[in-house]
Design a binder for this molecule. Sequence first.
Ligand code: SF4
Length: 461
Amino acid sequence: MTETILLGMPKRKPERAPSRTGRSFFVRTYGCQMNDHDSERIAGLLASDGMVAAERPEDADVVVLNTCTIRENADQRLYGYLGALKRAKQQRPDMQIMVGGCMAQKDRGTIQERAEWVDVVFGTHNTHRVLELLDHAEEWGPVTEIWEETTSIEDIPSTLPSHRESEHSAWVTITIGCNNSCTFCIVPIVRGAEISRRPGDVIDEVRRLVADGVAEVTLLGQNVNSYGRDLDLNGRKPLFADLLRRVGEVEGIRRIRYTSPHPKDLREDVAIAMAETPAVCEQLHLPLQSGSARILSAMHRGYNGERFLEKLAMARSIIPDLAVSTDVIVGFPGETEQDFQATLDVVEESRFDSAFMFQFSPRPGTPAAEMGDRVPAEVIQERFDRLVELQNRITLERNQEMVGQRYEIMVEGPSKRDPSLITGRTRGNKLVHVPGSWEPGTFFDAEIVRAAPHHLIGSLV
Ligand code: SF4
């Protein structure tokens, strides 16, 4: 076994000249927005070293898999994919394979035990070191670099080059880690305790992005509403509401979104800051997870269905025309038909604009994975179908309420299905197709003329 465990390597010197000019990379991302954002940084670092993006992994000199532990069978998928890469590497021995993200953080050295053709394994807080890790692997052989408890926010520099998917929209990390202990979630285990970035650093990054042509930012954290609780700025803890207002003051920023808040921590001051800061969009992602008090307690969520509805009513009363999305898990251990009915009731009453709906699957390492009283798969499927049917109806009704109204659209690009249309988004993050041709990043007003379950059709006003 050739694995080297390497911790605390000296940091790469930023002044190093590009050394991989003409070589190519491919980044494959699994999981959430955090991983999407990390992948943009990884791609940006590789591009800063002279590399160009390859269309296919088998053509790339460096293949990066940014992994997630959330989905069921995540490890089978990873090792299946690594098996395919092994064949590509046998044909092209110079290919370097890197595995990062949550699975790498959780499984550490075992990845190279099972797939010894992997050159680099790096943890969730080591994305900024991909180049030095590649150098090290080239010279010394396979390497594993995993974040340990000593990591601070300074180890995750915001000034990294980023290879963004969109020229006009960008992610901005405001916290890493999480102090909650939701029993279904692996994040606190793999990403550690919450660390907030200083407000000045966040503002500086937003200013740089705006100077680079970005009009829309999404502030990212596992629980943005607890932002700043770990900071001490001259005896004061900055609040998320203050941060929203300050980001809103950056000249040139047109849209600010954020994800995700925790319902238990959503307070009036944030809703008021949203309503009073013109650039902050009327959009809220508020993860419900379940409507049953019993199941929410087993999940360690810190609220019940009633309290969730109160928070939602508070936000809607303060922010006009608020679009709300959510997450729901079906079939958590011990969920009875009565518990599920409570979820349906809260979903019906909440009238979410959209929902990410999941069937419970145990994630190794979480308390929920050890819980008995599992719900049979066919029962989960049947409940899931009922929930999807309910939410689809509500989503369509919410979209139909928009017909005849005027909304600001930000263009993302030509429609993938019909190039005579552009695809854009409202401030509420609704997908709208409009006949015509505009550059990505253009803003205009459209009247909604037709509603479908998952998109709207508009016409230029
Ligand atoms: S709030 Fe809960 S679900 Fe969200 S990241 Fe933290 S532990 Fe996971």
